[in-house]
Design a protein around this ligand. Structure first.
Ligand SMILES: *[C@@H]1O[C@H](CO)[C@@H](O)[C@H](O)[C@H]1NC(C)=O
Length: 181
């Protein structure tokens, strides 16, 4: 009986993964990142480069190195940041939720990783983006006119930002140093 339940859950998870997977174009990705508070334009092409190298802009990219070392979604977030089947890990999310086309949680988690470890967390950023020619996103329409975040989303972010303002500044300075190296 329990086995059957596990099967059904797995099936639903797989199904939802396939149904909701999405491959963005470069400009769609730029738009989505801007909507999700990646507002520092200096960094945006780095994020686009990182995502292109890590997942080919495929929201359901999933790489299994070993059962304990898996990488999920657009940003190829490592399994230490999430938990399989339920909320957990350093981002307090279920790993499976990093494989659907709702990238808000992916973005929040990626930003958290960035705050903690900088771009150097992503090995492909180090080898393929750092110091290299970055994707040209300035021609994307949303670069000139960034989409507005919804009021509800904005409120949430404002509260979060207020709480983190000091920390963010420190981390930003630290990462700026890493970025300049
Ligand atoms: C996106 O990734 C999934 C999972 O690896 C794969 O099944 C799918 O074919 C990929 N989509 C494209 C368009 O490459």
């Amino acid at each position: 009986m329990a086995e059957r339940r596990v099967c059904v859950v797995t099936f639903i998870l797989l199904l939802s993964t396939f149904v909701n997977s999405k491959v963005f174009t470069r400009c769609q990705l730029t738009r989505e990142l801007l909507k999700n508070h990646f507002h520092q334009k200096t960094f945006l092409s780095n994020w686009v480069c990182l995502i292109e190298q890590e997942s080919d802009r495929n929201t359901s990219a999933h790489i299994v190195k070993t059962p304990r070392k898996q990488y999920y979604g657009l940003f190829q977030i490592g399994s230490e940041w999430c938990k399989e089947g339920k909320k957990g890990g350093k981002c307090d999310i279920a790993c499976e939720s990093l494989l659907d086309d709702d990238i808000r949680d992916d973005c929040a988690c990626a930003y958290k990783i960035f705050e903690n470890e900088g771009f150097k967390y992503w090995t492909k950023w180090e080898t393929r983006c750092k110091g290299e020619r970055l994707p040209d996103i300035e021609k994307c329409p949303d670069w000139q006119h960034p989409p507005r975040a919804s009021p509800e989303r904005m409120k949430r972010t404002l509260n979060r930002q207020r709480r983190r303002a000091t920390l963010k500044l420190q981390v930003y300075k630290k990462n700026l140093i890493v970025y300049k190296k």
